[in-house]
Design a protein around this ligand. Sequence first.
Ligand code: ATP
Ligand code: MG
Length: 570
Amino acid sequence: MKMSNMLISTLREVPAEAEIDSHKLMLRAGMIRKMAAGVYNYMPLGLRVLKKIEDIVREEMNATGAQEFLASAMIPAELWQESGRWDAYGAEMFRLKDRGERDFCLGPTHEEVFTDIARNEIKSYKQLPLNLYQIQTKYRDERRPRFGVMRSREFVMKDAYSFDKDQQGLDFVYDKMHDAYVKIFNRCGLDAKCVAADSGAIGGSNSAEFMVKSEVGEDDVVFCTECDYAANIEKASSPAEKEEKQELMEIEKIATPNSRGIEEVSAFLNVSSIKTVKTLLYKVDEKIIAVFVRGDREVNEVKVANAVDASGDMEMASHEEYINAAGCDIGFAGPVGIKADIVLVDEEVKNMYNFISGANETGYHLKNVNYGRDFEGIVGDFRKVVEGQKCPVCGGIVTIARGTEVGHIFKLGTKYSEAMNANFIDEDGKEKPFIMGCYGIGVTRTMASIIEQHHDENGIIWPLSVAPYHVSVIPVNIKDEEQVEVAKNIYEDLVNMGIEVLLDDRNERAGVKFKDSELMGIPMRVTVGKKIGDGEIEFKLRNGEMEVMKIKDVCNIIKTEFDKNNIKLK
Ligand code: ATP
Ligand code: MG
């Protein structure tokens, strides 16, 4: 492409609205432009990158035997009412009415649509297994759209939905999707880690997220420093600590008139918070849940919600509900005699001896409380992992890092097929619900994440596999006919080899051209200047040193870069 014919929208200044590097650079390099909060236009250069990522996704999905599909983004409300998500989805869903007052939404995701397709098209087990995917625009009215296309309100997602006759089939396709995702992110030059994720009430290893470590990430991920263990903080566990066995002492009530909560009580009594137990009261689905964890721990609310099979939102108990359950003012609740519908006891609490907790009486705490003797409950893991704890797999030390989710694989089971009556006839002649899985990749978020991992102070450094163009050829002096001629020849030779080349034939200073090429992240640059008198040009990798070389060698050198990166030329 000749740059004199292109819309070039590079900006020298850093746009004030952008907080993170990828957002700044996408605007500065002229990849995207904002139309409204979380709504972006893709400029020609940005679109080329997007299409390359889509092509990588498409190739790897096709290689697994999945079939491409394209569903409408506009979805009738009835499908969502069948699954129960028309109401549950809440304000994140963009809703609209047609002229006949019929409700529709702009799809935030497509489980309902694909379940509907399957129930209409698939009658028999003979048609299974099936994995359908699409690369399509999604709409979510995010509470806080930010960071450009990282969290936008309109974005491109690859979403796949698998249909199997049994669990074995689902396990098989789930693993296949996992492997395909590893290949996809590798090919995109993205360092993404597969992380065990929370999968709601279904539990187990039914869901995994592909996360990229990033300071601007909105999720916390627990990583082991010694083995491969990685888990979303919501799911992460660490071995429960155990106190050495002690003789059970008699329970004692102590006045703690001005000490509410664990910090004040342990300071007042001059004991470590690891000798205390704290109480949290929640309300969900009209039930009061009491949770007990060691004084220095935090409650993991996702684990609690899963343990009680919560269907609605979980909230802290109100002041009144607290008083009803504990019979005292806030800060003095404890496990002995608490009136809750469900009592959850963290396993570390079970492992403690003679601890301190609230007495369920205003102004008092209890000493020498023991699980089993003084109270009981459902024992489990209800605490948050913190940095420095032990890895549940190898016993090494874990760290916590921020991350961004770029992909998600999920075993749905029969959640949607049962709700929507999507059945097939199995070999035994019986009607059964499809066993489903769903698999998403945020394509536009992937693009931004690649930039987060590949840039410097001068601009983007695209991996060759997704670069908008591979090479820019820059004649230094556009008025020098010989330079222009040599540049044109190199350009044409490269184009004939199937390489995507920018010829910067603009009447601009060389410095401007270099800056633009670096900002746009073009992986290779060929500079045609005065040295052509000696039959030489300058070659530079975007993140490498400049080399002077013979004109006749340049095509070969460029070709080797494709070989090195394992990229076939078209
Ligand atoms: P998040 O926790 O970031 O909101 P999610 O759990 O809502 O993500 P999914 O419903 O699993 O995301 O969607 C699949 C993929 O779509 C995500 O892995 C992510 O890459 C992408 N995605 C989700 N929401 C957005 C958004 N607002 N903007 C851009 N990409 C998004
Ligand atoms: Mg979300």
